[in-house]
Design a protein around this ligand. Structure first.
Ligand code: ZN
Length: 385
């Protein structure tokens, strides 16, 4: 049993000062003010005075990290997951980009095989399949040799029971609406991205079952007031949610502020991080493409951005800075919002019965400790009583 004492608890609807949380059996058992929620007998006590406690952060788009690429080395899901709590991340969707079809099968197999014995780290909640049904003209760093037109035959086993939770596709491609209807019916979240969809095509996609947008503003036409397109559809439709990469490079802080003002809780943070996350500058791979990484960006040789080296904690701080939102709002964009995108009702909130996935932060939003399933998987310094 674990007792977190004296924290400022951040929930999407506000904060509870000088709070306490009781964790038992991997779940949150009690939440309340410290005075009204005493430590149970025998509980290990974590002193969190003046620290912030956020629902654990969830990254729905991450291609790899710490030297590993999920598409090239699907078994590295667990090595990367073991390190993500350093950035406050408690759950993630390993993202498999456009690649030969065997890569996705291998990733499904790696998930099915489960973690190595004694695994301590962030929990993969399933896969994000980004491609191959992308518009070649907005392919970004995806290898054009592996792009395909949407096909029910190719997508027939992209099912939640095989680990597929989220699929990014370009809804304007021929055959896309049929694939969208199929995946949505199976309970897979369909996200529009790498797309040239017009406003009208975006409406048809939403009608067919698209509920999400992939990295708003990137790999789609810019907002145009005479031809508003996918970006405007995502920003304005109250049913739509979208991910955004807030490293300050993929999206200008001013455009991030526009997105926040328009969408608020419908915006969620993704890192789109690749193998160089947490590593030194140098040469890395994204799928089967060579990528050059410097101190701030990852690019193909032709200069095209190829994922990011953004850490989730930096994304949270950037959202607060760019958009002037509160720490609770910034943390909700990394927790409550992504949890609701994929229908994980047991995550993304700090309430009795929820999974005990928590991120402990300084008031400046630096990660101090990370709790996954009631276990402390990362701690900086010593918070023990
Ligand atoms: Zn992408």
């Amino acid at each position: 049993m674990l007792y977190l004492e004296g924290c400022n608890l951040l929930n999407p609807d506000g904060r509870l000062k000088d709070a306490a949380v009781v964790i038992e059996g991997g779940r949150i058992r009690a939440v309340g003010s410290r005075l009204e929620t005493p430590p149970p007998l025998g509980a290990k006590r974590l002193l969190c005075r003046d620290l912030l406690l956020s629902p654990g952060w969830i990254d729905l788009q991450i291609n790899g990290g710490f030297g590993f690429d999920f598409t090239a080395q699907p078994e590295s899901i667990w090595q990367v997951g073991a390190r993500l709590p350093e950035h406050g991340v408690t759950a993630f969707l390993p993202t498999i980009i456009t690649s030969p079809l065997a890569a996705l099968q291998a990733a499904m197999q790696a998930l099915r095989a489960g973690p190595p014995v004694g695994y301590r780290g962030a929990l993969p909640l399933g896969l994000h399949v980004e491609g191959p049904f992308l518009n070649p003209e907005k392919r970004g760093a995806h290898n054009p040799a592996h792009l395909r037109l949407p096909s029910l035959e190719l997508a027939k086993d992209w099912l939640p029971q095989n680990g597929v939770r989220l699929v990014t596709l370009a809804p304007e491609l021929p055959g896309a609406l049929e694939v969208i209807r199929f995946l949505a019916q199976q309970g897979v979240v369909v996200s529009a991205g790498h797309s040239l969809a017009s406003w009208e095509q975006a409406q048809a996609a939403i009608e067919a079952g698209v509920t999400c947008g992939t990295h708003l503003f990137n790999a789609m036409p810019p907002l145009d007031h005479r031809s508003p397109g996918l970006a405007a559809a995502l920003l304005t439709d109250p049913r739509m949610r979208f991910g955004i990469i807030l490293d300050g490079i993929h999206v200008h802080p001013g455009a991030a502020a526009l997105a926040w003002r328009a969408a608020g809780k419908r915006l969620f943070l993704v890192t789109d991080a690749m193998a160089a996350l947490g590593m030194d500058p140098g040469e890395y791979v994204l799928g089967d493409q060579q990528v050059v990484v410097d101190d701030t960006t990852a690019r193909l040789r032709d200069g095209c951005l190829a994922g990011s080296i953004l850490r989730m904690d930096q994304a949270v701080r950037n959202l607060a800075e760019y958009c002037g939102c509160t720490p609770e709002q910034a943390c909700a964009a990394a927790s409550t919002a992504p949890a609701s995108v994929i229908g994980e009702s047991g995550c993304g909130q700090i309430s009795p019965g929820a999974r005990a996935d928590l991120t402990v932060l300084t008031p400046e939003l630096q990660v101090v400790a990370t709790v996954v399933g009631g276990e402390i998987v990362f701690m900086k310094g010593n918070l023990w009583d």
